[in-house]
Ligand binder design. Sequence first.
Ligand SMILES: [Zn+2]
Length: 273
Amino acid sequence: MKVFISADMEGTAGVTDWDQVMPDRHDYQRFRRLMTEEVNAAILGALEAGAKEIVVNDSHNTMRNILIEELHPQAQLVSGSPKPHSMMQGIDASFDVVFFTGYHGAAGTQNAILDHTYSSATVRQLKLGNLVVGEAGLNAALAGYFKVPVALVTGDSTAVAQAKKLLPHVEGVAVKEPIGRVAARSYQPVEARRRIKEGASRALKRARDLKPLTLPRPVALEIEWMHTAMADRCMLIPGVTRVGPRAIGYRARDVEQAFTLAMACLVLARSTL
Ligand SMILES: [Zn+2]
């Protein structure tokens, strides 16, 4: 079994604030270690259940958070940014399953720690067809394009519940209970890791019964931005249409094209800040 892990940071046990997850902030060094250890817990669980090869993609912010010297030696690490497939860089049809660790709720989700979709400063809502998706949804759809199912999601309880709505058979491990956007009741890291390791083992054992998230083609992508200037900027891309004062649309031939178009729009939207 070959496992791809997309590792985000906001859904790590104990994280409630940007001060803990942004590289220039005072608590970051502590929490990047805790993030690394949660990824290790998922790796250990996967290895126990028979995984032979594990690739971890660092998926948070600069994508240079995981401490490689503390990562389990049987895993390989993809790090740095930008990367064409961003939080999913490295995914292809050779993998059996995907794990999402440290994930958070989509932009606009109530009671979800640091809810956002790829960029808290720019994205208000992202849709694939009729589905409003957060990072878990968009990334699961890209995995589905490669016919790989998502087997495990870890993060706060709201993020896990949100992922399960779209991926009903995914194994979910909630490491904390949000109290609004920037407060939570959390498991202590050692206990959180115990739960993640067990969840990863269970997830891998059930992997053969899981179905990838596949969307019909073509795929209608729609992004509503925080400001009109962001939508203005995206109109530079041929084929992009204006579907609202703050919203753009694109008819993509498949999920992979919708994904890369969304990444290009994010760069343009951020250029207005
Ligand atoms: Zn993140």
